[in-house]
Design a protein around this ligand. Structure first.
Ligand code: CP
Length: 325
């Protein structure tokens, strides 16, 4: 595997899930693969889970790890061609990327959406420059439009908590629900979650206020239900997430907050509509905007095991990349 961006990159999901459980049972079983190999993690934005879980996964696999926070200690980077660089940006990404590639065997990139230019964000300009110019395998650690390490961890978690249903040959009902937020957030997490759930063996429903339609290439054949209560009925998993307006129905709305409807906050009444459903969120989460204290603290909240599985999803991805070096 040379890139990890979309669900197709991981191949058959059943095989990836078996590999995830194998690694979870013995996190160090592939430690020999990373000997004398170096992972470089590049952060254009803040992170807690991705930073820690990716570093841990790489260390489990025997790798050395270099972390670069571009906005803290590196030269400020220009990303556009044709710009007269007479401002505060001292180095161009087109030199910086091949230089970074000289010092490592594999690169993880976190590069958030600017949320002002939909075309630019959805072209994944920064990520694609790393793929083109680094000469090294590249994986997304949340980019402008996708967060596949999170979605893979979410799938592992859903499968772990679906064993009773699977034993009865039943599919879990999984609901992705928009929830309100005070800041404009990217669509990367819901995009990838939708993409991975569409590929998985689950009954998948997306619910959000009208106007918040995700990009059709991620929605695929998922059922979209604008009535949140109807969507929640009988759900086994509620995956709450805010996203800013994707600009699908009205391009001028791209990246804006066009709803702050607090009736979408997931509270105990919302969870009572479900089939004793589990509550999921990728974290970090703003309590009492996205979800109430009592729901996230309830026994049905699985946000911590979900975060723990970030180490596992990343271990599978790095292992696959090491095997292909
Ligand atoms: N869920 C997630 O990616 O968290 P961080 O932004 O803290 O890495």
């Amino acid at each position: 595997m040379r890139t990890f961006i979309n669900v197709e990159d991981i191949g058959p999901l059943e095989k990836a899930l078996v590999e995830a459980q194998e690694i979870k049972n013995d996190r160090f079983m592939y430690q020999h693969l990373g000997k004398n190999k170096t992972l470089m993690m590049i952060f254009f934005n803040n992170s807690l889970r991705t930073r820690l879980s990716t570093q841990k996964a790489a260390m489990n696999l025997g790798m050395n790890v270099i972390v670069l926070d571009v906005n803290a200690g590196a030269w400020k980077l220009e990303t556009e061609r044709g710009v007269i660089m007479d401002g505060d940006k001292s180095e161009h990404l087109l030199e910086a990327i091949p230089v970074m590639g000289c010092y490592c065997d594999m690169i993880g990139v976190r590069s958030f959406a600017g949320l002002t230019d939909r075309e630019y964000d959805y072209a994944e300009t920064v990520l694609n420059q790393f793929i083109k110019y680094s000469g090294k395998p590249v994986f997304a650690m949340e980019t402008a439009t996708v967060h596949p390490l999170q979605a893979f961890a979410d799938l592992i978690t859903i499968e772990e908590y679906s064993q009773t249903l699977r034993a009865k040959s039943q599919k879990p009902k999984v609901v992705l629900s928009w929830a309100p937020h005070c800041r404009a957030l990217p669509q990367a997490v819901p995009n990838s979650f939708a993409q991975w759930m569409n590929a998985a063996d689950v009954d998948f429903v997306i619910t959000h206020p009208e106007g918040y339609e995700l990009d059709p290439k991620f929605v695929g054949n998922a059922r979209v239900e604008y009535d949140q209560k109807k969507a929640f009925e009988g759900a086994d998993f509620i995956y709450a997430k805010n996203w800013s307006n994707p600009g699908v129905t009205n391009p001028a709305d791209y990246g804006k907050i066009t709803s702050k409807d607090m009736s979408w906050t997931v509270d105990t009444e919302h969870m009572s509509w479900t089939n004793n459903g589990k509550f999921m969120h990728c974290l970090p989460v703003r309590r009492n905007l996205i979800v109430t204290d009592d729901v996230i603290e309830s026994p049905n909240s699985i946000v911590i095991p979900e975060a723990a599985n970030r180490e596992i999803s990343c271990s599978v991805v790095i292992k696959r990349m090491l095997e292909a070096l």
